[in-house]
Structures are given as structure tokens and as C-alpha cells.
Design a protein around this ligand. Structure first.
Ligand code: 16G
Ligand code: ZN
Length: 533
């Protein structure tokens, strides 16, 4: 009997809407939740094949639309080390999502199996989870049909954050290796990160309550469990926007994306000077911090501020550990504020490279560094320790207690960081650890450099596909001549910088601009947007 014998019958239960073309974008498929049944069913089929192509390793499937509207949903595949799906498979996802008949679904599966030389006798393994969206149960049922159609050994992790699923996948696939990543359960996650935090802060509690805006999403219940695992009095938090039961609240006027985009505090949160605040996004893979100064003015500590804080701390620890040939590097995108890039290069004297927007691009650049910190300005990022860096650290024989302490701290930091993907909860523990160790307030952290005024605009165009970029999306190669216009506009403004890129998640073009003053920045942004339109 063919391995695909049951696929057509199951597929018939989840017909593709004929009027929609799906695309596996920057972070998987994303659109109105109810329209995604066939896509999620088919993503299950592909996850099975991907698992077989990886000799039966576990592949993850996450149903979420992150910071997007509650009516939206999405699905993405998680590769065997917990990283984003290998790019060469994204095309397969798009192909199968757009197959117009059940028999074409089967044909596409057969052709992928042949192209990839897949051994169909291997039993596939898939781990899956979803966020709190109302369309989640419907899509989960479609996914389960896809997994059943290919007799997958499936594990349902329920309602967890996106980074938790990435963590579970990595744990499952390293369980029998010399360095298992951790226990693939919620309590295993909380214990691993909570214990590493307690080791690093040496018994010191948070300086004051941390107010967490959880975007009314899955981060709310999960961060409460993490805080319980760490225990009182070490981790005193208050969760705001933690209502996952009332329809219509997810990501509305709250969450990391709202706070970063609008440069203001979320609904229901009145900032008190000296208060400490952070926001997660709807699936808790992004985090930004903020505070009000003594005059009540809002200040944002975004992904750039997090990456500079983390890179400084790592750089100093590596120096204290006495490992001379170990370099800490930083990966940013074109959205990084120019002040942060200058600070990393000129003050920290660390190498920095630019990658295209989207976690997978930054992740790959960071993998090339000994210790690579990558963050998007929107608060999505993590730190990677290259295997060579790990070997170098293992080889050190500390000559002084200070050196031994620095090395112990680096190991504990590695345990504190979710290396599979950017993770709001793990990043929050990392920031809190550094602030406690330095004895810093949010204001002191913020003092490292001052952001240049910046503006991000969305321009709806007839066809975003004519916009092509190069140099990590900093320059346009098409439409012909437009980059010259952007350059001439930028040249008019001191410290001006601007770029245009097609969105990877929406049918629109993004225009970013920064300049020395708010008024120059806005003039530049609107002038460039006018040239694009
Ligand atoms: C996705 C990306 C995010 C990126 C954003 C850009 C992941 C997991 N998520 O949400 O990192 O910043 O897309 O969106 O990679 P845009 O292309 O619409 O500007
Ligand atoms: Zn997200």
C-alpha cells in the first residue's frame, strides 16, 4: 500500500479556498484564521515528510499569528534543532498549500519524497502547539488530520508560547545526545531557565515589581508559571493584559508590537516614574522594555537596547574569563537605530553585521560568530554560542577566582538563553539578570546612547513584488531609479538614513527613515513614501 494511500480522503475534508493563493512568508503562512484549514492540514503532511527526511527526528508545527489581529492565524514549521524551517523547504510548503485538488496534494508529496530521497518506511514524529486564538481549535483539528493521514507519532503540547515549542523540539531531538537541551515539558522549561536565573543573581530578588504586558496572549499564563517556578521573593511580577478568555482583546492596544510601533504604553498601564515595565507580543517571542522618567516622558528600550546591553555584558565576561580569541558579535537589521550601530562599533568596539528582516536571517548570521547576539529592533532575538566557542571555554583552566566566576557565569548564561529562537520569557530573565548584576535601573540602562528619531511608514502599492532589494534590504535594485531618488532625499538631512523594502508578511511596502531631529526624520520619511507611491 502506498504511504500516501489515505491522504486524498483526509484532504477532501479540508478543501482549499479557490480564491486564495497562500505563501510561506517570513514566518510561515499568515492570514484570516478560518481560511487556513487546508493549509494547516497540508503543513502537517509536510512536517511528516520533513521528519522522515531527517531520519525520524521530531519536527514542530506552531499555530499562531503572533502580534497580528485575533481573527488572523498562521502556521509555521520548526526544524529539528528548534530553529526555523530550512529555507529550501519553504517552496514545498507554498506549493502544497496551493495544490488545487486532493490528487495534486498527493502528487506533490510524492514528488518531494522522490526529490529528497525520503525513506517512507521511517515513522514520522511531529510535536505541535497553538496560541490562544479562537480559530486555534479548528486549525489544530485540521493539523491532526494531516498527521493521522501519514500515521505520524504526534505529541500535542497544548497552548504554549512559540519559543516554548521550539525549545521542546530541540529537547526531544537532543534527549539521547551527549548534551541534552532540557526536559521537553513546561515544567522542564521553567526549571531550566528559572534555575539558571537563580544561579546568576545569587539570591538577589528583582529590585522592584516587573509589570508585564502579556498582550492578552499565551505569554500571560506561561509567565505566571515561570514566576511560580522561580518563586517569591526572587521574581515579583504583575501581569497586565493577561486576559486570554475574553474575545477581541488579543494584541489590541497592547503588546510589544503596539508599544514599539506607537512608542507609548499599552492600554491599562499608567507608567509611574521608577516603575519597571515590559511587553510581550501575542505568542511571546518578542519583548520590549519601557519606563517613564521623572517628567512622565515615555522611554522605550527596544531590541537594539537589549542587544547592546547583552553584548556589553557578554564582552566583559569573556574578557574576565581571559579567553582572548573569543569574539562577541552583534547581528542587526536595517531597522536598527543608527545610534545603536555606532555605539556597538565605536564604543563597544564589537563587530556588527546586517541581515535581512526575519529571525531566520539573523539566526544564520549569528551562527557564523563565536558568540553572536542577534536582535531585531522590534524585540525579537537571542544569543548563540558557536560549538567552537563552547570548546574554547571548556579548555580554559581558570587561574584566579575571578576568572572561574566569569566562566561559571558564561555557562549559566548559556543555560538561561533559549538558543533555538528569540524568546520573550528567556530574554526577560536575561535582561533582569544583567540589570541585577550591574545594579542598574532602566534609566541607567537607557543612558548608553540616545536613539535618533525614526519613523516607519506602511505604503500600500499596486504590486509590492516589483520592489527588490540588496545589501540586507538597505538598497533597492528595482524599480529602476528609485534608489537614486531615495539617496538624494537622504542627502538633504543631517544623519539621514532611509530604506524601502517590501513587507514579507503583508501586501505593502515599508519605508523607514531616521535623522538628527524629529521634524527632519518625518520630512524624510514622508518624502520617500511619496516617491514610492
Ligand atoms: C515576521 C518575523 C519578524 C519580522 C517581521 C517583519 C519571525 C519569526 N517573525 O513577523 O521577525 O520582524 O516578520 O515583517 O521571523 P514585515 O516583513 O511585514 O515587515
Ligand atoms: Zn511573535
Amino acid at each position: 500500500m502506498s504511504a500516501f494511500a489515505q491522504v486524498a480522503e483526509y484532504s477532501a475534508k479540508h478543501p482549499k479556498p479557490s480564491d486564495i493563493t497562500f505563501e510561506y512568508g517570513t514566518a510561515g503562512f499568515r492570514t484570516i484564521g478560518e481560511t487556513l484549514e487546508s493549509t494547516v492540514f497540508r503543513a502537517g503532511l509536510l512536517a511528516a515528510l520533513r521528519s522522515q527526511s531527517k531520519h525520524g527526528q521530531v519536527i514542530g508545527v506552531m499555530i499562531t499569528a503572533s502580534h497580528n489581529h485575533e481573527r488572523d492565524n498562521g502556521v509555521k514549521l520548526v526544524d529539528s534543532m528548534g530553529e526555523m524551517l530550512q529555507q529550501s523547504w519553504e517552496g514545498y510548503c507554498t506549493d502544497i498549500a496551493n495544490a488545487s485538488s486532493d490528487s495534486q496534494v498527493v502528487d506533490i508529496l510524492a514528488s518531494i519524497a522522490q526529490l529528497e530521497g525520503i525513506d517512507m518506511s521511517i515513522r514520522p514524529k511531529v510535536a505541535y502547539a497553538r496560541d490562544t486564538r479562537p480559530s486555534g481549535p479548528l486549525l489544530q483539528a485540521a493539523l491532526e488530520d494531516g498527521l493521522a493521514a501519514l500515521d505520524v507519532e504526534a505529541t500535542n503540547f497544548g497552548i504554549v508560547t512559540t519559543p516554548q515549542l521550539h525549545y521542546f523540539v530541540r529537547c526531544l531531538n537532543t534527549a539521547n545526545s551527549p548534551s541534552p537541551y532540557g526536559e521537553p515539558t513546561e515544567s522542564g522549561y521553567n526549571t531550566k531557565y528559572g534555575q539558571a536565573f537563580l544561579r546568576l543573581v545569587d539570591g538577589k530578588p528583582l529590585p522592584s515589581t516587573l509589570h508585564i504586558d502579556a498582550a492578552n496572549g499565551v505569554g500571560a499564563p506561561q509567565v505566571r508559571k515561570l514566576a511560580d517556578a522561580i518563586g517569591s521573593p526572587y521574581f515579583n511580577i504583575e501581569v497586565n493584559n493577561g486576559d486570554t478568555d475574553t474575545l477581541g482583546k488579543l494584541n489590541i492596544d497592547c503588546g510589544a508590537d503596539y508599544v514599539k510601533s506607537n512608542q507609548r504604553s499599552p492600554v491599562g498601564t499608567t507608567l509611574v516614574p521608577s516603575g519597571r515595565y515590559c511587553s510581550f507580543d501575542g505568542d511571546a517571542d518578542r519583548i520590549v522594555y519601557y519606563y517613564a522618567d521623572d517628567h512622565g516622558i515615555f522611554h522605550l528600550l527596544d531590541g537594539d537596547k537589549i542587544s547592546t546591553l547583552v553584548a556589553t555584558y557578554l564582552r566583559d565576561l569573556v574578557a574576565a574569563a581571559g579567553v582572548t580569541d573569543l569574539q562577541v558579535g552583534v547581528v542587526q537589521t536595517a531597522y536598527a537605530n543608527g545610534s545603536s550601530t555606532s555605539y556597538i562599533k565605536d564604543t563597544l568596539r564589537l563587530p556588527t553585521v546586517f541581515a535581512k528582516t526575519g529571525v531566520k536571517h539573523l539566526h544564520h548570521e549569528a551562527e557564523k560568530m563565536s558568540i553572536g547576539a542577534y536582535f531585531e529592533a522590534n524585540g525579537h532575538g537571542t544569543v548563540l554560542f558557536n560549538p567552537c566557542a563552547v570548546e574554547k571555554l571548556q579548555a580554559v583552566r581558570p587561574a584566579t577566582p575571578a576568572q572561574a566566576d566569569a566562566i561559571n557565569r558564561l555557562w549559566a548564561l548559556r543555560d538561561l538563553i533559549n538558543e533555538s529562537v528569540g524568546d520573550a520569557m528567556s530574554d526577560m530573565l536575561l535582561v533582569e539578570t544583567i540589570l541585577i548584576c550591574k545594579g542598574w535601573t532602566l534609566e541607567q540602562w537607557d543612558a548608553a546612547y540616545t536613539d535618533l528619531p525614526s519613523r516607519l511608514l506602511k505604503v500600500v502599492v499596486n504590486d509590492r513584488n516589483i520592489f527588490k532589494t540588496t545589501d540586507a534590504e538597505q538598497k533597492l535594485t528595482s524599480p529602476l531609479g528609485l534608489q537614486g531618488v531615495v539617496d538624494s532625499l537622504v542627502a538633504k538631512f543631517p544623519k539621514g538614513r532611509s530604506f524601502v523594502r517590501p513587507s514579507g508578511t503583508e501586501d505593502a511596502v515599508r519605508v523607514y527613515a531616521e535623522a538628527a531631529t524629529r521634524s527632519d526624520c518625518d520630512q524624510l520619511a514622508y518624502a520617500v513614501a511619496g516617491a514610492v507611491f
